[in-house]
Design a binder for this molecule. Structure first.
Ligand code: LLP
Length: 424
């Protein structure tokens, strides 16, 4: 399998391109580190969902947390996607990008009163309620604001998604959702509360799931509950299956979307509910690369010691390798005939956890550009200012043109919010 499979990247005359744009031109124009995303790829992925789920009424609600750049949200909106959000901040982003509140689903275990009020005032599409306490608070705020709140209950089906423990969410030991047994009672409460309007049922069992079985097991669990609710006269309009569709980082077999879509359509056959999907990673991860330049090469003095390529991106730009042991592919931007050696690709941050990749065979020289692939999801959104580093800029490619969709942060941006204490 080529390292560039499932990406918008290809070498042309030894130069790595995204769509029609040479990545070295982008680095020369805006500097490094820089996140670069392909708009064509994102549109293709949204179309792939439409094809895979053609057998069932459905809608994609792009999960904003994966990549919340306004340009990406505007692109998804233009393609007809709704949004899945987990904070008031993400709601503000959707609105700023031209999205509509009624196309937004609000998930998350800790919605604050301020966030609930904001969502109610702008006319949110649906709250995915994650606890009895949250349901009571939403009902109370809807009553205070003189409105009704559209709700769905996030069910925790206790299904093992077989993924990294930090991104598993559908097991009873995870904080998310309401256990199946408790969900029935909570629906009864909601049905008897005039300030709540029941819309759907929801689950999200985890992320980077590569086999359909756990996802389908979760759907079967929701269908059982829908039938029980129907017996009590409680009707459900939509079934939200969450996101979590696994993709290829290096040699994984990604979730077969068409097969998953077909099986969902089979399970839902004859049922009136619309399927909602909340994909994040599977829309944007492979649209993006993190471009970084080699600052220094530190060749091992001893056998068995690693060679270090110190690059200008660090764990503050991309924390996934340090946090989830994620393996991102690293490729040269200009192909080189020189002999390859093993390198640990590390950043300037003062931590040994500051690595982007370990033990990679590459031909590297100081000053070379490399691309860390599959970084369109959970890359920039998890970036920080650790070590007072300015966050990278972001670029969106469209054909052979590209635009800066977030300028590089400056030290003035970082210092703006801070003050020395008043003299006493
Ligand atoms: N819906 C809900 C309620 C979620 O919690 C998530 C992700 C999604 C949808 C989107 O899941 P996706 O399709 O992207 O798998 N930072 C981690 C991933 C955390 C995912 C959290 N929830 C990482 O870098 O792998």
């Amino acid at each position: 399998m080529s390292t560039l499979a499932d990406t918008p990247l290809a070498y042309v005359d030894g130069q790595l391109r995204m769509e029609g744009a040479a990545l070295s031109d982008i680095a020369d124009a805006v500097g490094t580190p820089v996140y670069v995303y392909s708009s064509e790829y994102i549109v293709d992925r949204l179309n792939a969902f439409a094809t895979a789920f053609a057998g069932v009424p459905h809608r994609v609600h792009y999960s904003v947390k994966a990549n919340s750049n306004l340009a990406i949200l505007a692109l998804c909106h233009a393609q007809g996607a709704g949004f899945d959000i987990v904070s008031g901040g993400e709601l503000s982003r959707v609105l700023a990008a031209g999205g509509n509140a009624e196309d937004v689903i609000f998930s998350g275990v800790g919605k604050s009163t301020e966030e609930i009020d904001f969502a109610l005032k702008v006319g949110i599409g649906c709250f995915n309620v994650e606890s009895p306490g949250e349901m009571a608070r939403i009902a109370n705020r809807a009553s205070v604001l003189g409105t009704t709140a559209p709700v769905s209950i996030r069910v925790n089906p206790d299904v093992d998604p077989k993924t990294h423990p930090y991104i598993s969410t559908g097991l009873q030991q995870n904080k998310f959702g309401v256990p199946v047994e408790a969900a029935l009672d909570l629906y009864r409460d909601a049905a008897s509360n005039p300030t709540l309007s029941i819309r759907g049922i929801d689950c999200h069992i985890g992320s980077q799931i590569t086999s359909p079985e756990p996802l389908l097991e979760a759907l079967s669990c929701l269908i059982d509950l829908i039938d029980k609710l129907a017996n009590e006269g409680i009707d459900i309009e939509h079934v939200d299956l969450g996101g979590g569709m696994g993709i290829r980082y290096s040699d994984e077999t990604p979730l077969d979307l068409e097969n998953y879509g077909r099986q969902v359509a089979d399970l839902m056959s004859g049922r009136p509910q619309q399927i909602l999907l909340e994909p994040g990673r599977s829309i944007v991860a492979n649209s993006g690369v993190l471009l970084t330049r080699v600052e220094y090469l530190k060749v091992a003095g001893k056998t068995n010691a690693p060679n270090f390529a110190v690059v200008d991106a660090a764990m503050n730009d991309l924390i996934r390798p340090a946090l989830y042991q994620a393996e991102h592919t690293v490729v040269p931007v200009t192909e080189s005939p020189a002999e390859e050696q093993n390198w640990d690709i590390v950043g300037p941050v003062c931590e040994s956890a500051d690595f982007l990749a370990k033990n990679r065979l590459l031909a590297l020289n100081e000053g070379d550009l490399v691309a860390v692939t599959t970084t369109g999801a959970y890359g920039m959104v998890q970036a920080s200012n650790y070590n007072s580093r300015n966050r990278a800029c972001e670029v969106l490619v469209n054909g052979d043109a590209f635009s800066v969709v977030r300028r590089r942060e400056t030290i003035e941006d970082q210092l703006r919010l801070e003050r020395l204490p008043d003299e006493t």
